[in-house]
Design a binder for this molecule. Sequence first.
Ligand code: CAO
Length: 424
Amino acid sequence: MIKEILLPDLGEGIEGAEVSEVSVSVGSKIDKDAIILVLESDKASMEIPAEISGVVSEILVSPGDEVKTGQLLIKVKIESDDAVLVPPIVPVEPLSPPSSADLVAPTNLEKAKVQASEELFSGNLKENHLFASPGVRKLSRELGISLKMIKGTGPKNRITRDDLHSYIKRQMSMSSGEAPVLKKEIDFSKWGKVETLKLSKINKITGERLQQAWQEIPHVTQYDKADITDIDLLRKKLKIKGVEKGIKVTFLPFVMKAVSLVLKEMPKFNSSLDHTNKNLIIKNYYNIGVAVDTPNGLTVPCVKDVDQKSIFELSKELMDLSSRARNKKLKPEDLKGSTFTISSLGGIGGTAFSPIVNPPEVAILGVSKSEWSQVFNKKKKEFEPKYLMPFSLSYDHRVIDGAAAASFTSRVCQVLLDENNFLK
Ligand code: CAO
């Protein structure tokens, strides 16, 4: 029996990608989950696993081809029907119309969240029987929504990202009692010449995430200034040494290292709320996401175990991640697992800004351009020139109180005063 392997939904809003490598050949025997193709999209490279075991009988794509979700990739000869390990299709229950009781608090969305988390904890959730991409599953888990509640409109009732979005919109409009407002496009050309630019996939995905974070998280921003006069001297020394090693040493690795030290002391800043918003998950690892500006939009690759790395190691990793982000060479793993984010505009300019928290994290640090200032020394009773780095901490006020935030930024300032914190 011949079985066709189609390109699954890649999630993350990615509709298609370019084949960069075909990892099998005709006649080769493959096991379920063996990598058959490597694809490259605007954002990352992805390995496509086989969903069945068998012998490759035909390959319908080659390196350089643009492939789209649902496209036939390879044909596989299956030796026995037992080898087919595709999960059974379970019909998805249609959504029942809301009763009047559904329209009062707690909202349908909250109920769905609670139900999903109860099912998760009781082990009753059989979402594996439904077809959905890993991206859709991840998002539904993050939002605490059971996929069983959603009717899939894709092939074989596959639940698409649009299905999930429509479900959320429907629930939100039901719970607020308002019909969704359809916005009319404005014809700006009535008043002058215009041009239309297509938003990149990264622009669209980032836009949706930022909007969601802004709407869901009660943000507060705390501002501070760190005296980095001594760190500036240390950086200059390390910068010269770095040139020999081909490593560019900027201020950012010092800030990352300082933040990792303070996160260890103040673990709430390195946490996430669970889906029910009833528990706080404290993470005992320190992975810092770094916002990188690329020609296609903003991406946030993650530097793992920052607390265990030297300034040179952090600088090298930062150079590698930011260059791969700009050349669209990031892998999905590079974008996952951050526990806290830093957005640095210090190399560009500005005196201060309020960054938006990167969920499921609870805090983010924004770094602005340092400036020399005259600071009054009370002991000496004189002004001294100091190199001051302005920075801001935006935080989720459900998790962090203002006093803790002010302590966090003060502690970052203290850590940055002592160069011994950066010599290991
Ligand atoms: N004060 C003074 N100088 C600073 C500084 C600061 N706070 N931050 C960086 N600089 C200096 C660097 O030291 C470097 O100087 P030298 O050439 O003398 O070494 C220069 O500015 C350029 O630095 P850089 O920007 O190339 O490097 P970085 O490590 O500071 O930042 C990266 C790397 C990837 C974060 C940055 O290039 C980038 O993409 N920033 C934009 C992030 C962004 O768009 N955030 C906005 C998100 S909206 O919330």
